[in-house]
Design a protein around this ligand. Sequence first.
Ligand code: SF4
Ligand code: FES
Length: 252
Amino acid sequence: MSGLISLTLRIWRQRSPESPGAYASYRLERVSADLSLLEALDLLNEQLISAGERPVGFEHDCREGICGSCGFLVNGQAHGPQAATTVCQLYLRRFNDGDTLVLAPWQAKAFPPIQDLVVDRSALDRLIEAGGFCSVNTGNAPDANAILVGRDQAASAFETATCIGCGACVASCRNASASLFVAAKLAHLAQLPQGQPERAARAEAMQQQMGREGFGSCSSQLECEAVCPKQISADWISWMHGERRRAAGSGG
Ligand code: SF4
Ligand code: FES
């Protein structure tokens, strides 16, 4: 369905990490329902700049659901009401004419505010630095199929590798836990031959880093799975706990 739609946007405005924040209301009158929510914010920002006001800060890059940089709460839901969708792929036609949308930044101790809808998600980068990589020298690219990986194994590893690091799982968790993110990163590498040499050390280091960054523990509320734009299963969190036991058993 296409057409025109009018909306009220109530947006969290906060000039800097130190300044107090407050909601401000803006009207979008008869704009195309085929705009994405980020395009609607672009439009709003053009209006604000023309009026000499500060534009709304929000993060974005690919606008195709693959980079993970966008992301905020829409009416209290991470990435909004549409399942398996990043906020850049959420279109105004998903809403009704006259709706009010409340836009707020991720709220978690480990994600301090920067400005408006932008928070500092570098804690996720530090989790990756703690071990979410392979440092094994693999030499030149091998011939195709030289390293045998079964189809189901490859598909399962790919499923977890689709995590885009958006942080929605953290933002929707009442404990602000990064468990789904870390579980996805661990599972993606642990299911492939290249991930085996550092498997135990990686599981230990990344889970320890979660605590240091101020992320909470998992209490199986499953909100993370519900909001994950890549539909990564929370079953991987149980699997991750097994990885830590396995790491302890291997001495490393
Ligand atoms: S697990 Fe899902 S919600 Fe969490 S960072 Fe990855 S893609 Fe985003
Ligand atoms: S801008 Fe890249 S996932 Fe939304």
